[in-house]
Ligand binder design. Structure first.
Ligand SMILES: Nc1nc2c(ncn2[C@@H]2O[C@H](COP(=O)(O)OP(=O)(O)OP(=O)(O)O)[C@@H](O)[C@H]2O)c(=O)[nH]1
Ligand SMILES: [Mg+2]
Length: 268
């Protein structure tokens, strides 16, 4: 775990964490002073909302299930999601989250879901899921499609998908007073455990990679103070103790992601 946590720390931006927590806490305090009678209502309804985005087959549903501590067996019917999925991670003292998983397939439902999370009821944060070109090809209804796309083609598809989503995030961020956070979750790490550092670099701002360049564009558009960006590795699946990513290590990566979400939301 210690090696993992160093790696995680090394990709986190060093500034902005405490500032963001303070901003949110400040907002709540202002609310308390201004209208005490509304506080009950505010707290009853408000777990922070998190959009989970990314191209089809990348692992969004499974990651949201892990974060919500829900068995993916419950979700079998939703493989190749056509509608927005909602998951809740419950925790004491309102330290939970509401995840809104945007379907990855380019159907009309996806456009509606993107509108909902980035415009109609803008979310508090975004987890954008990528998988280093390891998205699973599939057809509607959950039957696996011909897995003909190469990894290079899948990386291009991830980039196109990110171009769309990052523009949505930018326009949400510029419209808002409060800062928005983004976590780029680099999942299926079990499939490329020995090149994790290079892969994380590829998805990071300032890396000069095609993906990194688009992250930089987003930061420039949204404004640095409006948007915090983290890049974190994760795996929703693990193998036995000898595997590159054991089930236990996968669990630790999901936990580390949850801890970071809590920090970003001012829970801790
Ligand atoms: N090896 C590995 N496979 C994973 C991981 N996460 C998800 N998968 C597999 O990838 C496939 C797609 O996962 P989903 O979570 O359904 O993908 P999605 O992003 O929700 O896809 P859409 O609903 O079509 O947008 C499934 O077959 C999962 O079992 C992971 O961490 N490692
Ligand atoms: Mg899904």
């Amino acid at each position: 775990m210690s090696r993992q946590s160093t790696r995680i720390r090394s990709v986190l931006p060093s500034s902005g964490r405490t500032a963001l927590g303070a901003t949110i806490a400040g907002g709540v305090l202002t609310g308390l002073a201004a209208a005490p009678e509304r506080v009950g209502r505010l707290f009853r309804h408000r777990y922070p909302t998190v959009a989970v985005t990314g191209m089809t087959g990348v692992g969004k549903t499974q990651l949201a299930d892990r974060l919500a501590r829900r068995s993916s067996i419950d979700s079998v019917a939703e493989v190749g999601s056509a509608v927005m999925e909602r998951r809740t991670r419950r925790s004491a003292r309102l330290h939970g989250f509401r995840f809104l998983v945007v379907p990855g397939d380019n159907a009309a439902t996806r456009l509606g879901a993107l509108d909902e999370v980035f415009h109609d009821e803008p979310v508090d944060g975004v987890i954008h899921v990528v998988a280093n070109g390891h998205a699973t090809g599939r057809r509607t209804g959950g039957t696996t499609g011909a897995a003909t796309a190469t990894r290079a083609e899948q990386l291009v598809a991830e980039l196109e998908d990110w171009a769309i989503t990052s523009h949505r995030i930018a326009s949400m961020a510029v419209r808002r007073d409060k800062p928005v956070w983004l976590v780029i979750a680099v999942t299926k790490a079990d499939l490329y455990a020995d090149e994790l550092d290079e892969v994380l670099h590829y998805y990071s701002p300032g890396s000069g990679s095609p993906f990194g360049d688009k992250v930089d564009e987003l930061r420039a558009l949204a404004g640095g103070a409006k948007l915090s960006i983290d890049v974190l590795p994760v795996s929703s699946q693990g193998g036995d103790r000898k595997a590159a990513i054991s089930a236990r290590k996968a669990g630790e990566m999901v936990d580390a992601l949850a801890v970071r979400l809590a920090q970003l939301s001012g829970h801790v």
